[in-house]
Write a protein that binds this ligand. Sequence first.
Ligand SMILES: [Zn+2]
Length: 60
Amino acid sequence: MLSITCRDVGQNCDCIVQGETEEELMKNAAEHAVKDHGYTEEDIMTPEMKERIKSHIHKS
Ligand SMILES: [Zn+2]
């Protein structure tokens, strides 16, 4: 299982987003950011943000 917390990517939020694969994690992270933080998917899916998310993924 892969996971990331919002705090890892600079949000003041302790939610943990999980996914079985990197692709699923990115999708779940985008959904969470849109639903709970008022972002649009375009805001999240920039190359910079993808890199930031990827560099903070925890494996468990
Ligand atoms: Zn959050």
